[in-house]
Design a protein around this ligand. Sequence first.
Ligand code: HPA
Length: 275
Amino acid sequence: MGKIVSMTEIKQAAEFISAKITETPQVAIVLGSGLADFCDQISDQIEISYKDIPNFPISTAPGHKGRFVFGKLAGKPVIAMCGRFHFYEGYSMQEVVMPIWVLRQLGVETVIITNAAGGINREFEVGDLMLISDHIKLCAESPLCGVNKEEFGVRFNDMTHAYTPKLRELAKKEAYELSIPLREGVYGYMTGPSYETPAEIRMLDIVGADAVGMSTAPEVIAAAHAGLQVLGISCISNFAAGITDEPLTHDEVMEAGAVAVGSFNALLPKVIEKL
Ligand code: HPA
């Protein structure tokens, strides 16, 4: 099952961060591949490198800078995660979600979890933003396997409203007011690191996934278990394998992140302002 993260480790990490920041962040934003520029909008920044935080894993994926950025956005105290941990990097599921547990321990109430994803739904275009309404995780392992963290939530937690309905409504309203087209759909989680085969994408299409990616679902499971409100947003960075005949490259994913960045950077502060 890989490394288990204990409550003691979570508390030590949270205490370290707490001592560096000036108030409890109300909102956390987990930034996906190519979306780190979002941090430029945060004022009065305090940076905390993951490598300095006790018990914290270290991010290795290209395009991921490993740090928290605390500061103000739309008048609210926020904390952004530039760089996250993926299962395909060799971390255990519990290490992957440790930052979510640490944020919860810090007193964060809402997390906005973002990613780059391959579009499966044929109506999607590269550069689209997709509000995540739900996810499908075919990988058997859950970050909640092992002894339940009773301080955070119950053993068998509900996932019906994991992607908080009222936050989805808010995001749709704000996107409409900004004239930003916002798709909505189901995120299919695959572990990677290989991109999927065309047959796997056909399977995901049949079971009801609109987009595919290698993050987010484990973090949302941990967040929902711990009672956090979640908003999930995917930037459609490419057509998933086999939708077109083009081979997939990580560079393409990063570049398309840049296409969606304008809408993303405009929408998120509006949503945060209205929370
Ligand atoms: N598949 C999996 N993960 C991804 C993709 C994809 O096509 N694009 C961006 N992240």
